[in-house]
Ligand binder design. Structure first.
Ligand code: ADP
Ligand code: MG
Length: 232
């Protein structure tokens, strides 16, 4: 599904040597994997996700999604690919405060055709049931708890029925219990929808939710974190 071949991203900053945010990363993610990438703040996790999503152009190397090199496609096809193949959960809060829950979830469907829009409404209602918010369709984001808001974000990321879900620190602003609930929900959606998930986080504590863990440091992939066995 995802193939990165020696991908680097250098951010050039005026008159200064650029920041090498991602350095020579090669990675394969197969259909049906739930890959968790851990790494400290600044290790390049967000940049890596943006490279895969086609939101950042690599300075070297190739990014392939289902054997198609995203940056070789014309702009309109790139946009279509992003919109239909990939669901994205951003690191920072991204719900529109003035739109209600249902409207927020429907937002990624506004580029679709008429038929698409008709079915989108039903899909949104069903998804909001699945994430446990059936009674909150008319609520505004500020009327929801942080965990509930994140459930809306998950529903929105899935509205276009993507094959791939990219999640950037989806639980970083949640307390421990809410974090566990949101991770459990993501795992449930992963199993139920048969999607591929790539999730990045700064904490190793979440790796047991995935089917594979990868660690990043200074823009590169390093040895995977070892899951600590708790003995009683
Ligand atoms: N748009 C940008 N311009 C310049 N430097 C950037 C930009 N985005 C990220 N960086 C730098 O690239 C490195 C990796 O950042 P990022 O991918 O956001 O890491 P993480 O998500 O792991 O915290 C950091 O040193 C960061 O400061
Ligand atoms: Mg980040």
């Amino acid at each position: 599904m995802i193939e990165l071949k020696n991908v680097s991203k250098l951010y050039s900053v005026k008159n200064r040597p650029g920041v090498s945010a991602v350095h020579d990363v090669s990675l394969n993610v197969a259909n049906g994997e739930f890959v968790i990438i851990t790494g400290r703040s600044g290790s390049g996790k967000t940049t890596l996700l943006n490279l895969i999503a086609g939101l950042a152009r690599p300075t070297a190397g190739q990014v392939l999604l289902d054997d198609v090199e995203v940056w070789k496609l014309p702009d309109d096809q790139q946009a279509l690919m992003r919109n239909h193949k990939i669901g994205f959960i951003f690191q920072f809060p991204s719900l529109i405060p003035s739109l209600n829950v249902l409207e927020n979830v429907l937002l990624p469907t506004i580029l679709g055709d008429k038929q698409d829009k008709d079915s989108a409404h039903d899909r949104a209602v069903k998804l909001l049931e699945e994430v446990g918010l059936a009674d909150k369709l008319d609520s505004l984001p500020r009327q929801l708890s942080a965990g509930q808001q994140q459930r809306v974000v998950i529903a929105r990321a899935l509205i276009n029925q993507p094959e791939l879900l990219l999640a950037d620190e989806p639980t970083s602003n949640l307390d421990e219990q809410t974090e566990a609930e949101v991770m459990t929900l993501l795992k449930e959606m992963f199993s139920k929808k048969g999607i591929t998930v790539l999730l990045v986080t700064h904490t190793d504590e979440l790796i047991h939710y995935g089917t594979r863990a990868i660690r990043m440091a200074s823009g590169a992939i390093v040895n995977p974190p070892v899951q600590v066995q708790v003995t009683t």
